[in-house]
Ligand binder design. Sequence first.
Ligand SMILES: [Zn+2]
Ligand SMILES: [Zn+2]
Length: 378
Amino acid sequence: MPKTKRDYYEVLGVGRQASLDEIKQAYRRLAKEYHPDRNPDNRAEAEERFKELSEAYEVLANAEKRRLYDLRGHEGVSQQFGPGGFDFRRDFTHVDDLTDLFGDLFGGRAGRSGAGGLFDLLFSGGGQRRRAARGGDIRIRMRLTLEEIASGVTREVTFSRFEVCAECQGRGGKGTMACPTCGGSGQVRRQSSSFFGQFVQVAPCPDCGGEGSKVKEPCDKCRGDGRLRQQRTLKVRIPAGVASGNFIPLHDEGHYGPGGRGDVMIEIEEKEHPLFVRHGDDLVVEVPVSYAQAALGGKIEVPTLNGSKRIALPAGIQSGKVIRVKGAGIRHLDGGKGDELVRVMIHVPSKVGKEEIELLKQLETAATEPVPSPRRPA
Ligand SMILES: [Zn+2]
Ligand SMILES: [Zn+2]
């Protein structure tokens, strides 16, 4: 059976001729009164009252909605709200009239997240029992060479993690008793004052973690913690193509917690390679050649991640030109392969012998192609 709706003016305790200012004042006064944290013993009722007030205010604070309500009562404004009637999260448009009221409590967070955010802060905040905590994650850094990254690798990792204490099965000891700090409620209350009065804030008890109970005789193996550190070794398959900063997650291999294990996160770090620089899936290497080699062309040996490879050097190649060796790079994470980019650099000798000087001078006079004029860099 649907509840009979109370008259909006009655809800706010104002007369039918009340000014907007009077309506606003009445709403703010009552909203404070029915703040759930001020009513820790009957939060549900306070929440209902708060919603009722807000609905009344939503209508009476708006000239058009108020006119419709004055004309035809609740039926007159039923179209103003979404299906199912007034919903604070959806239909309340006056959050700004509340944020200054509750702002100091919530550090201004309510305003930014709108009515839904304010609602969550008001009604699902402190005072609830904490859920059984999941164990923490473990981060392990793994340094890999480019060769290992290029082909993928299986590595063993050893780390220490919390395991459930076998002695007490994670209970932390024998027997239970009510927590002396919170008297078994799992909550502690803190008084805080703000300009409109004293507030009671409710938080999970730090002593029992919100459980309300503690063990009577703490386990001497784990000293009441319910868990113990132990070494664990795992084989981890690292796929080809990973890069520095990538994480390989190993789900449910982290620390034990009553709410389940955390994860192990393997963080990849690439070791600097003595020859190659990595550009995505491509590898870049610099290969010096002599002037004669560059002018005449031929075969040259270039290093790759799997030994050296002979490649063709086109005759007349200029210094700095790049030869692409297809498929000699890093495998993509999703198949395919990068290339190796061989940057050819003409090596000019820093010392020349007597005989070389003569030959070079002859070469200079015999040159068919002159050295080009100065030009704008490409
Ligand atoms: Zn134990
Ligand atoms: Zn407690």
